[in-house]
Design a protein around this ligand. Structure first.
Ligand code: AMP
Ligand code: GLY
Length: 424
């Protein structure tokens, strides 16, 4: 098998996917649409409207793709994978019906309840007159969410009732229904599983860092950094997550004729009573994927192709290299608010990875021969090492050589794990 793979998306997650596909000898050529300047160093780029099935199918035809891999959630929720499959292409990514596990909180809660999976209790508020009474039924830590896709930024978790109220009232004023949830305590785990129907193949567990500031301070972001694996997570808990959370949900989706095909991402909090689901996502997580794939030894193309074709059960379990990986996000000034864009970036190198560290592009663009910032999360430095401490050192050493005016990053990615400050 020597396949031609088309990756849809434009972030560091897609850059990591493309880089891993390029390491797979069974992959002949990689195309990306729309991609970004960093991805363009590894793959031929094509213009596309990623949210349009017609547009993605046109690119798949143009490049004669054997496999189309859809990175972000928005195209999946809009049914782009259905359009790609209907046009006769193998596609890595769930149908719109199955992508509701991420796109519709009500659907996700219903599936989890039917599958007997532990998750937060929740209520939807769409009438401002009912807000105060609803807030009284939650707390003392309030979790207030935008009931829709919000890229992690529509969530406020706070012990301050008035801050919770302000966020909820803001959302309601914008016409967005508000989701209130009970607070799930405990360290968070992101577990990515390749899923084709009832077959579930877990990848390495990872942890994201959602808050913008060191020590988990400031507002939530799309993710400021991640690491894998999790030295503090007992193997038995990992098995519980696969057996008691992911498999039952995959089976319930099959039972509903909405069988999942692609990457099912379970975001959990591991509390005193065991793991509970914060959310499911219907695609690879960003930035955890950058750390997880840095440790993958098995050929990624083969894994994605088998998932797309429904033959995942025939493959050997993925192999991982020893050691650990850390990814640190370099964000633009003022992210996660309205970030300042268009600043010149230097020090990213030519896209080749040193042994220890690679620079992945998240929000970059080419302008007059220079590389400039074009998104809130601009770059990721991903590094490996014999352990997390070494991977951290490699990542921060590389980051120190990159210049972007006004940019910021967290200095404590994976630090709590290195310091043995996380326990379950
Ligand atoms: P989400 O966009 O739903 O992934 O939420 C973003 C982040 O908010 C999560 O990664 C958690 O850190 C936090 N969060 C969301 N829901 C809850 C909850 N019910 N309990 C505790 N933390 C939560
Ligand atoms: N890492 C968070 C997300 O991808 O949603």
């Amino acid at each position: 098998m020597r396949v031609r793979v088309l990756v849809i998306g434009a972030g560091a997650r897609e850059h990591a996917l493309v880089a891993a596909l390029r390491r797979d000898p069974s992959v002949r050529e990689v195309f990306a649409a729309p991609g970004n300047p960093g991805i363009g160093q590894l793959a031929q780029l094509e213009a596309v409207d990623p949210t349009s099935g017609e547009s993605v199918v046109a690119v798949a035809k143009k490049v004669a793709a054997d496999l189309v891999v859809i990175g972000p959630e928005v195209p999946l929720v809009l049914g782009v994978a259905d359009a790609v499959r209907d046009a006769g292409f193998a596609c890595f990514g769930p149908s719109a019906a199955a992508a509701r596990i991420e796109g519709s909180k009500a659907f996700a809660k219903d599936v989890m309840s039917a599958a007997g999976v532990k998750t937060a209790h929740s209520e939807i508020v769409d009438n401002p007159a009912e807000l105060d009474a609803a807030l009284d039924r939650f707390g003392p830590t309030w979790v207030v969410k935008d009931d829709g896709l919000a890229a992690g930024k529509g969530v406020v978790v706070t012990k301050d009732r008035s801050a919770a109220r302000v966020h909820a009232a803001d959302l309601l004023e914008q016409g967005h229904p508000v989701l209130l949830e009970s607070f799930l305590d405990g360290p968070e785990v992101s577990l990515f599983c390749l899923v084709d129907g009832a077959t579930v193949v877990p990848l390495l567990p990872a942890q994201d860092h959602k808050r913008v500031g060191d020590g988990d301070t400031g507002p939530n972001t799309g993710g400021m950094g991640a690491y894998a694996p999790l030295p503090w997570l007992p193997e038995t808990v990992l098995t519980d997550i696969v057996e008691q959370v992911v498999r039952p949900v995959a089976a319930e989706l099959v039972r509903r004729d909405n069988g999942f095909s692609g990457l099912l991402y379970a975001g959990l909090a591991v509390g005193e009573e065991g793991p509970a689901v914060i959310e499911f996502n219907c695609r690879f997580g960003d930035p955890e994927t950058q750390a997880v794939l840095a440790l993958l030894e098995s050929p990624l193309g083969e894994l994605l192709d088998a998932t797309a074709k429904g033959t995942l059960a025939e493959l050997d379990a993925p192999r991982w290299r020893d050691g650990a990986a850390v990814t640190v996000v370099l964000a633009a000034e003022n992210y996660p608010g309205a970030p300042r864009l268009g600043d010149v970036i230097s020090g990213t190198g030519d896209g080749s990875s040193s042994d220890a560290a690679t620079v992945l592009h998240a929000g970059t663009a080419a302008r007059d021969g220079a590389l400039v910032s074009s998104g809130g999360r601009v770059l990721n430095v991903v590094a490996t090492g014999a352990d997390l401490a070494e991977a951290r050192a490699h990542a921060y050493d590389r980051l120190a050589t990159i210049k972007l005016p006004g940019s910021h990053f967290r200095t404590d990615i994976a630090l709590a794990a290195v310091s043995n400050d996380i326990s379950v």
